[in-house]
Design a protein around this ligand. Structure first.
Ligand SMILES: *[C@@H]1O[C@H](CO)[C@@H](O)[C@H](O)[C@H]1NC(C)=O
Ligand SMILES: *[C@@H]1O[C@H](CO)[C@@H](O)[C@H](O)[C@H]1NC(C)=O
Ligand SMILES: *[C@@H]1O[C@H](CO)[C@@H](O)[C@H](O)[C@H]1NC(C)=O
Ligand SMILES: *[C@@H]1O[C@H](CO)[C@@H](O)[C@H](O)[C@H]1NC(C)=O
Ligand SMILES: *[C@@H]1O[C@H](CO)[C@@H](O)[C@H](O)[C@H]1NC(C)=O
Ligand SMILES: *[C@@H]1O[C@H](CO)[C@@H](O)[C@H](O)[C@H]1NC(C)=O
Ligand SMILES: *[C@@H]1O[C@H](CO)[C@@H](O)[C@H](O)[C@H]1NC(C)=O
Ligand SMILES: *[C@@H]1O[C@H](CO)[C@@H](O)[C@H](O)[C@H]1NC(C)=O
Length: 908
């Protein structure tokens, strides 16, 4: 609504001016001139804009594409003045000319600026068949004007409110930035994963993407801004100094903050171009074809200290300078690339550096392109640090705790360096739900890879004294039931407990609510705890002192079984067990281990349960449900079992869906970062709706992507390579959550006023689980880049005849290698793969194993079982394991380590 001379008018919903270009049709709001509708000729039925709810949020305080925000100051004045087209909308006089579709003078609607003689016009133009948005600022003042912030709000249809799951998937999009200065762009991808999608690129060199700022809006609508169904809108920020000086003070921004001083009489224009693309893997080629440099980092933008990465930039421009910050955090060495449009570098991290590292490429035209890297400890050392931190700092021993939480591995609050014993989200302090179970899941999964006796011993104690007694019930029809929280807010049940009066308690679970057994998700966590201990005992028998590996395996099995069972009265034990559950990829390992340990009838029963779920999913249009209206947690389980039971159409639909919310851009925070935005409110210390960086969605969605990659016929096709990149980025992402001392944060805050890891460990567990289950090294012979490895170092490769390639895994786990050119996938269950040599001339692959990964500090393995598959790649060979010297054990062919080493050979 607008306020005109004191009278309230409601604008009619269809008050729009339509337009068309060669590749778009759409509509602007007739009065404000902002974008209301945008449809591409690739699919004229699909609207990128939330056209159908525009009227619900068309008043003051709601941002749309075409709006403008700024902060400026005149002459030598100190204070910044805020202005925008949103706070106080006034109907505009819109014009039209030969080179614009719609042209508006913003002076009347942009608050303070006219009195200061800053004049702003906006034009929408048909730009080579695309749509362009162009703002011109003119300084009509006698003094200079400094622009300390200039923001272009971006609104597309990310509004899920009141839509069914199917409608959301069909109609909605997600918006994600590449915060790369003049090479920055924004991508708008459909949740369906299928195109058309949209890219938004800078119209000129002035239009850099310096920051991506969340826009707070008026909340006076039915659309629940900043909620689970409407995350909110962000803006493309060209200058940021005025924010960096104030709201963001003390924060290290993604890019150095700048401002613009506009001299008296001077004008400048900024703008964006909107271009449709037909599929996700066309996003980068399209950005390139519009004249912008595009970077492809391999394996991505997270670099462990012992990894040598690669960087390829698709550009015809010459790179004049490479600047890195902090100083020398990475070194870039040019690669001589014969081909085409690509400039290549090897990337070597500085061993003294940990954390963020910014690379700025400066091209001959002056264009600046920033890439955002993160340097981590080596993989095995990161796991070792995480295990040690959990053991030393998260071991809660106060056995007088009236909630019975001791002993346990409990949620940690970094800001006070202590346990979280009270929180109104009671599960965080109550050892269940992702937010409270996360830390013990991390601890257990760590032992499944790198068992350390003292760490395992604490976990066994935790199981014996706290889990298998209180967190889980131990007899009767509810035996194996898992409580939703051991902690609760219930002054009646706990009259003597000192509940913190500073916490807002209304709505927190009381004892009855906390002790319910009905949340299926919680069964994954407890089964992962048991399974991790089973695996630790299997690969390092000396570490278990209380129970046998088989006891833990059967506990894991029974825990899963309960989640799918019912009570004598027929009522189901849990809710949500018909949905894909976070971390359930671990159940596939559990199933295989039941078979290996000869629990045949148990395995059959387990399989029957999973078959029923997969069968049900195959009949659903949108099988990706969760507790939330929209989510990206179901895809992992849906993919897993649909693939296992050969529901190919569901598998394809699932992979497509993941492509819709998992971007690849040259930024460690967004690369492979599946969209998550509400779990700071369920498991974080700083609780707010915010785009999360590397919450568990990254590594959990990477599991299907990476598995899917191993089934592709052409592993170097553009889309295949794209899938590998988002999968690998998603897998690596959650390695950055582990700090140099081993603290594992639940996720990183992306709002520019924060840019920091959350202080709670919270629900990092599922992210860690996905990380270690998905970890592996992939070798690819890329048509333009040559031999490259995701997660490994290529130590030698003779050119010409392609005689041999030597690969050294540098991923966290080092037990899985995929040689994509041969279609050979190798996995071991203990120790580590040290080196893989492919000898093409001799038709032979030699795999050197060691009894522990360098830096792991784990109990060395005495043997390793080897499993392998030959996938269906076009060049697959008839490869066989050479069995001489191996022994056939219950887990497969086994190598005995002699002096800590072993070798396995494959031939074709
Ligand atoms: C602008 O002018 C062109 C013809 O010159 C016309 O087709 C178009 O509809 C006009 N647009 C608006 C918003 O008035
Ligand atoms: C004008 O600037 C002041 C100071 O920044 C701000 O409080 C006020 O909201 C602005 N007015 C408009 C209409 O933008
Ligand atoms: C943007 O507007 C300015 C000022 O009218 C003009 O000079 C420039 O060519 C426009 N840019 C595009 C791409 O239309
Ligand atoms: C939008 O507004 C209309 C008309 O007031 C209302 O019927 C509808 O429920 C609103 N939509 C949403 C999603 O709130
Ligand atoms: C590289 O850039 C060119 C345009 O310069 C573009 O045509 C090509 O598709 C790009 N390649 C990739 C793989 O993005
Ligand atoms: C488990 O803990 C209880 C005490 O809670 C102890 O009596 C029992 O011996 C322990 N079980 C094992 C197998 O050590
Ligand atoms: C597996 O169990 C079956 C039946 O219980 C038994 O006959 C068989 O010997 C067992 N195999 C091994 C390897 O333990
Ligand atoms: C799925 O198909 C594959 C290949 O056709 C087959 O080997 C496998 O047994 C099938 N799996 C199931 C569970 O039916």
């Amino acid at each position: 609504m607008v306020l005109l001379a004191g009278i309230l008018f409601f604008l009619p919903a269809a008050y729009a001016t339509t337009f068309s270009t060669e590749r778009f049709t759409g509509a602007f709001d007739s009065e404000s001139g902002v974008l209301r509708s945008l449809k591409s000729s690739l699919d004229p039925a699909f609207d990128f804009s939330p056209y159908d709810v525009f009227a619900n949020r068309s008043g003051n305080g709601h941002y749309h594409t075409g709006d403008l925000t700024l902060r400026y100051r005149v002459g030598n004045s100190n204070g910044w003045i805020d202005a925008d087209t949103v706070t106080n909308r006034v109907p505009l006089i819109n014009g039209n000319s030969s080179h614009s579709i719609l042209s508006s003078n913003l002076d009347t609607t942009i608050g303070n600026v006219t009195k200061d003689r800053l004049f702003i016009t906006r034009t929408w133009t048909d730009y080579q068949g695309d749509l362009a948005l162009n703002f011109t600022l003119r300084n009509g003042n006698t003094q200079s004007i400094e622009i300390g912030s200039l923001g272009l709000p971006i609104e597309f249809n990310s509004i899920f409110t009141d839509r069914t799951a199917v409608e959301t998937r069909e109609k909605c999009v997600l918006v994600d930035p590449f915060i790369g200065l003049q090479a920055g762009y924004v991508q708008v991808t459909r949740l369906l994963g299928e195109g058309p999608h949209l890219v938004i690129t800078p119209l000129n060199l002035y239009t850099k993407l310096e920051a991506w700022r969340f826009l707070t809006e008026a909340t006076d609508t039915s659309l629940a801004y900043q909620s689970q169904v409407f995350e909110g809108n962000y803006e493309w920020q060209i200058y940021t100094k005025a924010y960096a000086d104030q709201e963001w003070e003390g924060v290290e921004p993604w890019n150095p903050p700048t401002s613009l001083v506009l001299s008296s009489g001077e004008s400048i224009s900024f703008g964006l171009r909107f271009t449709a693309v037909s599929s996700v893997d066309d996003i980068e080629p399209t950005v390139s074809s519009l004249g912008h440099p595009v970077a492809v980092g391999i394996p991505g933008y997270v670099v462990p200290r012992d990894l040598e990465g690669r960087l390829f930039v698709n550009t015809s421009l010459k790179v004049d300078a490479v600047n890195v910050s902090p100083d020398a955090c990475l070194s870039l060495t040019p690669l001589g690339l014969e081909s085409s449009s690509w400039t290549g570098y090897t990337i070597v991290p500085n061993e003294q550096v940990f954390g963020r590292c910014r690379v700025e490429l400066v091209y001959s035209t002056g264009l600046k392109h920033t890439l955002h890297y993160y340097i981590t400890d080596t993989g095995p050392k990161s796991l070792a640090n995480a295990g040690q931190f959990l053991e030393e700092n998260q071991w809660f021993t106060n056995t007088s705790d009236p909630f019975g939480r001791a002993p346990s591995i409990i949620t940690h609050d970094r800001s006070v360096n202590g346990p979280v014993l009270q929180d109104n989200r009671v599960w965080i302090a109550g050892l269940s739900d992702e937010g409270g179970a996360g830390s013990f899941v991390t601890a257990a999964m760590k032992q499944s890879i790198q068992p350390v006796a003292s760490e395992v011993s604490k976990l066994e104690q935790f199981v014996n004294e706290t889990v298998w007694s209180r967190l889980q019930l131990t007899n009767g029809s509810t035996e194996y039931g898992v409580r939703k929280s051991l902690f609760y807010y219930d002054p009646n049940a706990m009259p003597d407990y000192d509940y913190d009066p500073d916490i807002y308690w209304p709505g927190s679970w009381d004892k009855d609510a906390a002790y319910l057994l009905d949340r299926a998700y919680d069964y994954v966590h407890v089964s992962a705890l048991y399974w991790g201990l089973y695996r630790a005992g299997r690969i390092a028998p000396s570490v278990l002192t209380l129970r046998s590996p088989k006891w833990y395996l059967l506990q894991a099995y029974q825990t899963v079984l309960f989640a799918f069972g019912s009570q004598p009265d027929g009522s189901a034990n849990t809710y949500y067990n018909d949905l894909g559950l976070m971390g359930e990829t671990m159940w596939m390992y559990l199933l295989e281990d039941l078979r290996a340990e000869n629990y045949t009838s148990e395995a059959t029963k387990f399989e029957d349960i999973m078959r029923d779920r997969a069968q049900a999913w195959s009949t659903q249009e949108d099988p990706f449900g969760s507790e939330q209206a929209w989510d990206c947690t179901g895809q992992e389980g849906v993919y897993l079992w649909s693939k296992y039971f050969n529901y190919t159409a569901t598998v394809d639909k699932t992979i497509s869906s993941i492509r819709g919310y998992m971007p690849t851009v040259a930024h460690w925070g967004w690369n492979g970062n599946a969209r998550r935005y509400w779990d700071f409110t369920t498991a974080g210390k700083l609780s707010r709706i915010e785009r999360q960086i590397h919450h568990y969605g990254s590594s959990l969605n990477a599991l299907p992507m990476l598995d899917h990659y191993r089934s592709l016929f052409d592993p170097t096709a553009q889309l295949s390579f794209y899938d590998l990149r988002i999968g690998y980025g998603g897998n690596q992402g959650p390695t950055t959550n582990v700090a140099d001392d081993g603290f594992g944060s639940m996720s990183f805050h992306s709002f520019p006023e924060t840019l920091a890891w959350d202080d709670y460990t919270g629900d990092y567990g599922p992210g860690f689980l996905g990380q270690v289950l998905g970890a592996g090294t992939v070798l690819v012979k890329h048509p333009e880049f040559g031999w490259v490895s995701f997660g490994g170092n290529i130590a030698a490769s003779s050119s010409g005849g392609n005689d041999s390639v030597t690969l050294q895994p540098r991923d966290t786990v080092r037990r899985k290698v995929y040689l994509s050119d041969l279609g050979l996938n190798i996995e071991i269950d203990a120790g580590a793969i040290d080196e893989v040599r492919t000898l093409y001339g001799a038709n032979r692959v030699e795999v050197d194993l060691v009894d522990q990964a360098d830096g792991s500090g784990a109990v060395p393995a005495t043997r390793a079982a080897v499993e392998y598959t030959v996938t269906s790649v076009s060049a697959a060979k008839d490869i066989r394991l050479v069995e001489d010297g191996l022994t056939k054990g219950k887990y497969g062919w086994e190598v005995k380590f002699v002096s800590g080493k072993g070798t396995v050979v494959f031939e074709w």
